[in-house]
Design a protein around this ligand. Sequence first.
Ligand SMILES: Nc1nc2c(ncn2[C@@H]2O[C@H](COP(=O)(O)OP(=O)(O)OP(=O)(O)O)[C@@H](O)[C@H]2O)c(=O)[nH]1
Ligand SMILES: [Mg+2]
Ligand SMILES: [Zn+2]
Length: 307
Amino acid sequence: MIATVIKIYGKYYTIENQGKRINCTLRGRLRKDKRLEKYSEPVAVGDRVLFESDGEDGGVIETVLDRKNVFTRRFKESDRDDLIAANLDRIVVIQCFGKPRLNLRFVDRLIVRGVREEIPVLLCINKLDLARRDEIDAIKAYYSGFDLDIIQMSAMSGEGIDELKTALAGRQSILIGNSGVGKTSIINRMYGGLDLKTSEVSLSTGKGRHTTTNVSMFTLGDGTRIIDTPGLREFGLMDIEPEELGIYFMEFGRYADECSFSPCTHDHEPGCNVKKQVEKGNISEERYVSYLNILVTLQEYYQNRYR
Ligand SMILES: Nc1nc2c(ncn2[C@@H]2O[C@H](COP(=O)(O)OP(=O)(O)OP(=O)(O)O)[C@@H](O)[C@H]2O)c(=O)[nH]1
Ligand SMILES: [Mg+2]
Ligand SMILES: [Zn+2]
């Protein structure tokens, strides 16, 4: 039988098959499956699996079906990709007005991940009830160079919730963002009756309290599947080579074709057309600085690794 993994606790996996939940362990040989070995975990939320039922509400996962895509991150210390979820139709990056502070550099890292995995990214800015006009304009200016889908909404007032619901309808999506931006509040507001736990942002630090502790999927009647995640502090992209990074900044695309060097890191090379277009104002300077910021972290990492 086929089911979808909706939650993982240590070595236990909750899977869902036609609305029924089954608690599973893994068949031992699965850990030796070559396709799965390169990741930190053999199985992720969102995976489609074949399982054998014990006749009641337990079972064993036998196989992980081929994945459409994976959502991973990679840190310096690690030689494996940290697997967060699989088979996504959308990455929904959540940010907010008010606290915690807006962090568009973090958003840019997630956009890189989405573009690379060919998973559409939606930027959702919550707590619109706390927004100032200049903040809204600043975000639009920052992303002026390419057509990123942006929804502004408030889980508190309900504004924008229908727009988000429509964007997620019938799809499997993950909500990603720092702690306290309101990921869980959004799910609660969209679908009454779940009453998931949320908590206030700390007044002293302006940061969230890491309330959600597990990646878990909520399956809703209309085929919509939403994955809630614990707040991320960082998002490592160490699996990406420095020369490759520019490809994932979509608005550099057509300009990069005219750089004198190929590949061009759009940093120090003479005759770099991306740099020229930044000066001309055709590429957002802040996005370019954000690009350089990621580039430096990748270059440092690769230099140390191959020295
Ligand atoms: N003013 C305002 N507050 C909101 C809104 N949405 C959520 N909050 C508040 O923000 C705080 C954090 O919300 P959570 O839903 O717990 O945030 P989270 O992103 O799930 O955080 P973690 O689970 O820690 O990653 C709570 O106090 C919510 O009430 C909103 O639209 N407006
Ligand atoms: Mg939460
Ligand atoms: Zn260049």
